[in-house]
Design a protein around this ligand. Structure first.
Ligand SMILES: Nc1nc2c(ncn2[C@@H]2O[C@H](COP(=O)(O)OP(=O)(O)OP(=O)(O)O)[C@@H](O)[C@H]2O)c(=O)[nH]1
Ligand SMILES: [Mg+2]
Length: 395
């Protein structure tokens, strides 16, 4: 887990037709040979992600994509995968060479509709004359040559400007408003067969880092030591943050006046929209026999016996509702919705950037399908929903 997690880095994706020099341009910007380049159109077939430092800004992820004008059955699959990249794109680079036409126009319209900031780049300026006026407003296009390096420094400076704007819009810290400087948080991290050996999981690490950035203190313990740990303290903690799986035990051990919530609710607040996801959880009460629930997990870790998404959540929901429910699952980047789905339950999304999480919520909203997350669904079915949301003033 070295470096800034990918999900916290802005994602810069490069789009354009085949052979315009998208991969060459990424190599030129990063001064590395990250992507394969060739004069055969269709060299890049799948989106390729690379985490790197874009100095003087800092950590970013570059995404190289396949050409948007690819043809045939395989080609259109590639185009779809490139388009799917838009859902996690924070900043786009649109590359053209030779001419600007409907492909670029369509892309620009889509970027505008999705409110993704972008830079237009006219590549191969060493051999192609800058395109004529009738191709659109050329002032918006930056002429560069990935081959000679002409214009690349200007492009980098422009990207860094856009990145700085992006960083200003960043959502607040995970624990913002919950722990004052000098305050104390107690974190509950169960260790079971699902826990990776030798380390803590990413959400826990991120919350710890966040608390340290607040100049606050934190104590980390397993749920079994919680009651003992609280007795050792000379005062109550400002908040107890637990893994959702230990909710019930923790709610029992923590006095009612002490604020308590879960890691995944913190992520829901930072990456999405807490009240929208809370409304989604309330829809659990409306589920009927035969309804389909989509359980969506952003990471693709292998599933063990007592996996939360495939075993624990379905069990809790069936027990709570007493209904015959159908569960379907999506993993990793795949997130498709159809109208047969009555409720989406998403993981906390610690592996997704905010843009990706928001576009998933928008997709559900567009189809009027309620969406919630693991932590909220668990809290709801265990009857401690109100308590877990109380620290945020929602109850
Ligand atoms: N003259 C010139 N050639 C370039 C420039 N940039 C890229 N090329 C060449 O254009 C060809 C395509 O470059 P790529 O970087 O593979 O293009 P791409 O857009 O990634 O192509 P696909 O992955 O096939 O969609 C290669 O032969 C490059 O060497 C440039 O600025 N000037
Ligand atoms: Mg390529």
């Amino acid at each position: 887990m070295a470096g800034t997690p990918k999900s916290n880095r802005p994602h810069i994706a490069v789009f354009g037709r085949r052979n315009v020099g998208k991969s060459s341009l990424i190599n030129a910007i990063t001064s590395q040979n990250l992507s394969i380049v060739s004069d055969t159109p269709g060299t890049t077939t799948d989106p390729v992600e690379k985490a790197m430092e874009l100095l003087p800004f800092g950590p970013v992820v570059f995404i190289d994509t396949a050409g948007l004008d690819d043809e045939g059955e395989l080609g259109s699959l590639r185009v779809k995968r490139s388009r799917d990249v838009l859902r996690r794109t924070d900043i786009a680079i649109v590359v053209a060479a030779g001419e600007v036409g409907p492909v670029e126009q369509g892309l620009i319209e889509r970027l505008n509709a999705m409110e993704i900031p972008f830079q237009l780049v006219f590549n191969k300026s060493d051999e192609e004359a800058f395109f004529p006026e009738e191709n659109g407003d050329r002032r918006n296009w930056l002429a560069v040559s990935a081959k000679t390096g002409e214009g690349v420094e200007v492009l980098k400076a422009r990207l860094i400007e856009i990145l700085r704007d992006w960083a200003e819009d960043l959502p607040f810290a995970l624990t913002a408003g919950l722990i004052p400087p000098g305050g104390l948080a107690v974190l509950v991290a169960p260790i079971d067969s699902e826990t990776p050996a030798g380390r803590l999981i990413l959400p826990q690490v991120q919350v710890i880092r966040d608390i340290l950035d607040t100049d606050a203190l934190c104590m980390v313990m397993k749920e079994r030591e919680l009651a003992h740990g609280l007795r050792l303290l000379s005062r109550q903690p400002d908040i107890v943050i637990t893994d959702s799986q230990a909710f019930l035990k923790v709610a029992g051990d923590v006095p009612d006046e002490v604020p308590m919530t879960s890691f995944s609710i913190l992520f829901a607040r930072q990456k999405g929209d807490l009240s929208l996801l809370a409304d989604g959880a309330r829809q659990i009460d409306r589920l009927q026999n035969g309804d389909t629930v989509l359980i969506s997990e952003a990471c693709t870790h292998h599933t063990a016996g007592d996996d939360i998404g495939t075993v624990k959540l379905p069990r809790l929901l069936r027990q709570y509702t007493g209904k015959r429910l159908r569960f379907i699952h999506s993993r990793g980047r795949d997130f498709e919705l159809d109208d047969s789905v009555s409720l989406v339950i998403h993981c906390g999304g610690c592996m997704l950037n905010r843009r990706a999480m928001v576009s998933r919520m928008n997709m559900s909203g567009g189809r009027r399908i309620p969406i919630t997350n693991y932590g909220m669904a668990i809290a709801f079915t265990l009857g401690i929903f109100d308590r877990a949301l109380r620290p945020f003033g929602l109850f």
